[in-house]
Design a protein around this ligand. Structure first.
Ligand SMILES: [Zn+2]
Length: 258
């Protein structure tokens, strides 16, 4: 495995290539910050939203963790303080960020582990990763079991911006992905519900001042998908679909029920 010299050499390359341009950009966004989104992504080294979304300095607040989980607001307190809701406060309450994105991916090690533990979620022991996944991923397992019971034929429902504007989701109806990848897609959508559970976001979500989006990255093809409320499934973002997906993403939840 490469050592720390890989990172140090990277800094040298940065200094000789993009540093000047980046310093200029840093000055601009410090004076006039206009970030687009708070993004929750898996920490997997293969998943780089800043690369495949081609974002720059000042564009996104990025939180990465194992399994792109955002803990539900229930139980939040001194003994269960995590960084994810803090990031929502920083971005959407103290700042004026209008989009929150959760990004899952295929071949997710965290989802593989959670899937393998799905029958022992009431075990309140294990290592730090197992505890994190059991504590904050059990509702995704419940959604998955609900989907399995319907044999994947019927859409399952997730709450997004408000309880009145549910998302109906068909999970991989073309059957392009394996069962754990389907679970990963369900988990990604389930995080939108968790985000919507925070009272400080309620008014912003109801009025469309904050919008929720789910992305999913396929590490095998490099394709990026977004959940389409109209299509009720994850749709590949490409030149052909871009117009439809944009229209889908900016619809006002006050006007149309999904
Ligand atoms: Zn992952």
């Amino acid at each position: 495995m490469p050592g720390i010299d890989k990172l140090l050499k990277g800094v040298l390359k940065y200094r000789s290539t993009i540093k000047d341009e980046m310093t200029q950009k840093l000055k601009e966004v410090t004076v006039n910050p206009q970030p687009t989104a708070v993004v929750f992504s898996c920490m997997d080294a293969r998943v780089l939203p800043t690369r495949f979304c081609q974002t720059d300095v000042g564009d996104v607040y990025l939180v990465r963790n194992a399994g792109n989980l955002v803990p539900h607001s229930k139980g939040l307190g001194w003994h269960n303080a995590t960084t994810e809701p803090g990031a929502l406060v920083l971005g959407c309450q103290m700042g004026d960020i209008r989009h929150v994105v959760v990004c899952g991916h295929s071949d997710c090690k965290a989802m593989n582990l959670l899937y393998s533990m799905r029958n022992e979620l009431d075990h309140h022991d294990g290592d730090a990763l197992q505890l994190w996944l059991r504590r904050h991923g059990s509702s995704s397992v419940q959604k998955f079991e609900q989907w399995e019971k319907m044999k994947g034929r019927e859409p399952i429902t997730f709450q997004a911006e408000t309880p009145r504007h549910n998302i109906e989701a068909l999970i991989d109806p073309e059957n392009n992905f394996g069962i754990v990848d389907k679970f990963s897609q369900i988990n990604t959508l389930n995080q939108l519900q968790n985000i919507a559970s925070y009272p400080f976001l309620k008014e912003k979500l109801q009025t469309g001042k904050v919008r929720l989006h789910a992305l999913w990255f396929d590490i095998h093809s490099g394709n990026v998908y977004i959940f389409s409320k109209m299509e009720k499934k994850f749709v590949e973002i490409n030149e052909e679909n871009y117009g439809m997906l944009m229209e889908d993403s900016v619809k006002d939840p006050k006007i149309k029920h999904y």
